[in-house]
Design a binder for this molecule. Structure first.
Ligand code: NAP
Length: 403
């Protein structure tokens, strides 16, 4: 890994597409040329499939908002897109990315609710990792004044997914218990914060042990991902838990179902176990599929258990539930304004550093969310803790210390 990291730093300089020329990271000059910088995925596979290139700037169609992007969210899902591990991916070359924040630059015909200059965050069905993005108005939300662009880019996907799973699917209420994998990650930290808005909720978090010092206060009980978490939970709560949030899949499906109390809900919302090496592994894919417990509805009936699946992107882009998501977003922004939740930003990266940023998720190094900062210049060394990030951590620590 260390060697890969060193190679990549060198490679970063070469990532900037030769066509980009000297003005490559000059936003104004690309705006004049009606061209923009974007991260391009040339084909499914390893990190070498990614590069920054110039693309024609999109113009908003009817019902769309054109956003001058400031920050983009980098999710575990983007790693799976790069590898080609997701179902029905679009054909590369493509610009990855599902969420961004920025400033409205123009709006298409018959587009109501937004004006030039509005600070917004948005979902995008691919194409988010670029200087300019156009997306339907239904996927765009105004940012609170106090929210920074990196925070906004870290907010939408993680908090909406966490909220909908906890409150729409599993009906989280006072006194319940929740088990969450990857507790230190983007969704994991959103789950922990949202659980803290409901009285007396017990959160069992699982994460790599080097993260425990940083996230210990955000959950009730924390286990190393390499321990036998089923036994650990049973020691503390012999009856099991009310809600299992499983983003790993494979053998964890059976373990999660086994841990449910009567009337408990298991939600599958990811398949991180399918990612092992830098490129798609058919062995991990098959292993994960094979290990998934084959569930018999009659057994669920006898045991009084609920099994569910959740995919926010499908809900938004395939199943047309943007109004429901808008309602959820309003509730989340109220919680944000009440200072009850705040996205945890792990680090900021220039577009040209996308490979290093992805490697950080791959190496399980992130605590909270990775952000591509469109205006950041590439720096060969890793990010320092900026003032903004520090304030995030102070919030997390003081917030959970009060509970
Ligand atoms: N269904 C939805 O709507 C939805 C929405 C957002 C995210 N998701 C899913 O939720 C999960 C978390 O997403 P996220 O974007 O917030 O990412 P994240 O949790 O920040 O992802 C990175 C973390 O995942 C853990 N991990 C588990 N298996 C891993 C593997 N094979 N390789 C590398 N890291 C692994 C690592 O933490 P530890 O080492 O501490 O475990 C790592 O630090 C992903 O499975 C994602 O696909 C689903």
């Amino acid at each position: 890994m260390a060697k890969e990291g060193a190679d990549m730093t060198e490679e970063t300089e070469h990532m900037i597409d030769k066509n980009l020329g000297k003005e490559g990271d000059n936003v104004e000059s690309s705006a004049h040329a009606k061209e923009m910088r974007a991260v391009m995925l040339a084909g499914f596979g390893g990190l070498n499939k990614l590069r920054v290139t110039k693309k024609t700037m999109p113009e908003p169609q009817e019902g769309e908002v054109k956003i001058r992007v400031k920050a983009c969210g980098l999710n575990f899902l983007d790693l799976m897109v790069r590898q080609g591990t997701i179902d029905n991916p679009p054909k590369p070359p493509l610009v990855p990315g599902f969420e961004c924040s920025g400033i409205v630059e123009s709006v298409g015909e018959n587009t109501k609710g937004f004006e030039i200059g509005d600070r917004v965050m948005a979902f995008v069905n691919y194409n988010a990792w670029a200087e300019v993005v156009c997306t339907p108005v239904d996927f765009v939300y105004k940012m609170p004044d106090e929210m920074t662009f990196p925070e906004a880019a870290a907010f939408s996907l993680n908090f909406v997914a966490a909220y909908m799973m906890l409150f729409e699917v599993a009906n989280l209420r006072e006194g319940m218990s929740v088990l969450v994998h990857s507790a230190g990650g983007g969704v994991g930290q959103a789950v922990a914060q949202l659980c803290s808005t409901v009285p007396s909720v017990t959160v069992f978090g699982i994460a790599s042990c080097f993260k425990h010092v940083a996230i210990r206060d955000s959950v009730t009980h924390l286990f190393d991902r390499n321990t036998d978490y089923v036994q650990e939970v049973k020691k503390l709560s012999p009856e099991g838990v009310d809600i299992v949030l499983d983003c790993l899949c494979g053998e964890n499906t059976g373990k999660g179902l086994g841990l449910l109390k009567p009337l408990g809900t298991y939600i599958l919302y990811g398949a991180s176990n399918m990612v092992t090496g830098e490129t798609k592994s058919f062995f991990s894919f098959a292993k994960s599929w094979w290990q998934v417990e084959k569930v018999n509805p009659i057994k669920l009936y006898e045991e009084n258990k609920v099994i569910a699946g959740f995919s926010l992107l499908n809900l938004l882009f395939k199943q047309g539930r943007c109004n429901l998501v808008k309602t959820v977003m309003e509730k989340l922004l109220t919680l944000y304004n009440q200072k009850k939740i705040k996205p945890v930003v792990d680090s900021l990266w220039a577009l040209e550093e996308v490979k290093e940023a992805m490697q950080r998720i791959h190496d399980r190094g992130n605590i909270g969310k990775l952000i591509l900062d469109v205006e950041k210049s590439p720096t060969p060394l890793l990010v320092e803790l900026s003032e903004g990030l520090l304030s995030n951590w102070l919030f997390v620590q003081s917030h959970f210390a009060q509970l």
